[in-house]
Design a protein around this ligand. Structure first.
Ligand code: BES
Ligand code: MN
Ligand code: MN
Length: 459
């Protein structure tokens, strides 16, 4: 073990150089213009897998972006881990808010800044480098590994679901391992056991056939921006509750035990508000911030546009206005059902003066993973060795759509071993990965592979 850990230490600079190469590829899955970059990124990941000694490296074409698969199955009788991650990233815009360019990884202080540094290229890389260190020093791994790295997580993992369905037997494993979430805070490692789901829709409102002079026509036609603002404003009541009828019907109430456990976590609303730069927090009445983020469903307007937004002034009464709305879901809500309820509600509250069109963009189901599984126990031991502290248990507000499919299609529970930080600016300008977490994550991963067989006593 010592050799493996000192190899990590000795190769830090090279690891960072290689990570810079991976982060330089703008693999933005949602943008058509980046299709070739996404493909190039899949090839980079596949080549890298070959170079570190993984076997059977394959790039699977799909109707969307490619899926990269590889394996190392040289430990018969030992547990098999299905490792999942995503090499696609969110769009970097707005570019002007980045301190250094999003696809030129730059170290400032103790962080490395780039799009995808934490979500999720940096976290995939932690594992690839731990595997390299192990294989280079021991010529073997203590477990069997199947790696599945996709390019469509940020757009709903639609084609991965089909792939998993079609390769059920081949993907057989004992557990799923994912590093695509955050630690509770800097220096406080954690195990995540819950993710929220997502329903995502776009609303388009159509008013007059074309843009109108706001002086000549203003006052006679319902401005679609105003109508849209009225709709969006009605989606929450004064207690911060979502007003869609039936929205809370399938929500599993928080248990007393979980409430008590959350209360024990080191958390300060004041500090949180200050860090975010908001004057006061907002949310559903009757719940704490952690409960609002982790166990309550919420609705957000992600973007709203229409009319004239350029420099200077143009007096126009626009023909159209649009908004994107994301809904975060908790067990036992279903994304298709909630999207349907949302659509029905919006249609009902849309004024007669405009025409509405609602499009379903993508979704994902909420997930809970058991914390008494062998995988989680091994992760607890590994985090303690990697970061020198016992991990906390937490849930997260984000979504990883495939987690539920792994359970439903393969019967596998997932261990969520996150090395990000809550303030890592994922999906925002100046995304970063903390370097202590990057290298601590590698140490932890090496320990995890090493510990895991101890928790599978049947082997
Ligand atoms: N890594 C995130 C999910 C995540 C975020 C997990 C925060 C834990 C904490 C993932 O890449 C992501 O952003 N997922 C999308 C879902 C998708 C269907 C667009 C999300 O949550 O918005
Ligand atoms: Mn991610
Ligand atoms: Mn993401």
């Amino acid at each position: 073990m010592q050799n493996v850990l000192s190899y990590l230490e000795q190769n830090k600079e090279r690891y960072l150089d290689e990570l810079r190469e991976l982060l330089a590829i703008p693999s933005v899955s949602t943008t058509k213009a980046h299709e070739a970059d996404v493909r190039r990124c899949a090839e980079w990941v596949a080549d890298h897998m070959k170079s570190i000694g993984l076997h059977n490296v394959q790039i699977h074409k799909t109707a969307g972006h490619p899926i990269v698969y590889s394996e190392w199955l040289g430990a018969p009788g030992k547990p098999t881990v299905l490792f999942y991650g995503h090499y696609d990233v969110q769009p970097p815009e707005p570019l002007e808010l980045w301190t250094s360019p999003p696809f030129e990884a730059t170290i400032r202080g103790e962080n490395l800044y780039a799009r995808g540094s934490a979500d999720d290229k940096g976290q995939i890389f932690i594992h690839l480098k731990s595997i390299e260190a192990y294989l280079k020093n021991k010529g073997t791994l203590p477990i069997n590994l199947k790696l599945l790295i996709e390019g469509e997580e940020e757009i709903g993992s639609k084609h991965l679901e089909v792939f998993v369905r079609e390769h059920k037997e081949h993907l057989h494993a004992d557990l799923v391992l994912i590093s695509d979430s955050s630690m509770f805070a800097k220096g406080i490692p954690s195990i995540c056991y819950g993710l929220r789901g997502l329903a995502f829709v776009q609303i388009d409102l159509m008013g007059p056939r074309k843009d109108l002079h706001s002086g000549s026509f203003g006052g006679t036609v319902h401005n679609p921006i105003q109508a849209l603002a009225e709709i969006v404003a009605q989606l929450h009541d004064k207690n911060g509750k979502v007003t869609i009828p039936g929205f809370y019907k399938d929500v599993r109430p928080i248990t007393k035990a979980e409430r008590a456990a959350f209360k024990k976590l080191p958390w300060s609303d004041k500090k949180y508000a200050r860090e975010l730069g908001v004057k006061q927090l907002y949310g559903e009445k009757g719940f704490t911030s952690l409960e609002r983020m982790w166990v309550r469903p919420t609705l957000e307007c992600n973007g709203i546009w229409g009319g004239f937004t350029g420099d200077g002034a143009k007096t126009v009464l626009p023909s159209k206005a649009s908004a994107k709305i994301s809904v975060r879901l908790v067990p036992d809500q279903k994304s298709t059902k909630i999207a349907r309820l949302l659509e029905k509600h919006i249609k009902r509250i849309t004024p007669k003066t405009v025409t509405v069109n609602i499009r379903n963009l993508h979704g994902g189901e909420p997930a809970i993973t058991p914390i008494d599984s062998p995988g989680v126990m091994a992760a607890v031991a590994a985090l303690e060795k990697g970061f020198g502290k016992k991990p906390l248990y937490q849930r997260e507000g984000g979504t990883i759509p495939i987690v539920v499919q792994f359970k439903q299609l393969l019967g596998l529970d997932t261990v969520l071993l996150g090395f990000g930080l809550p303030d890592e600016n994922a999906h925002a300008p100046d995304e970063f990965i903390n370097l202590d977490n990057f290298f601590g994550g590698m140490k932890t991963s090496v320990h995890f592979y090493n510990e895991l067989p101890n928790y599978y006593n049947s082997q």
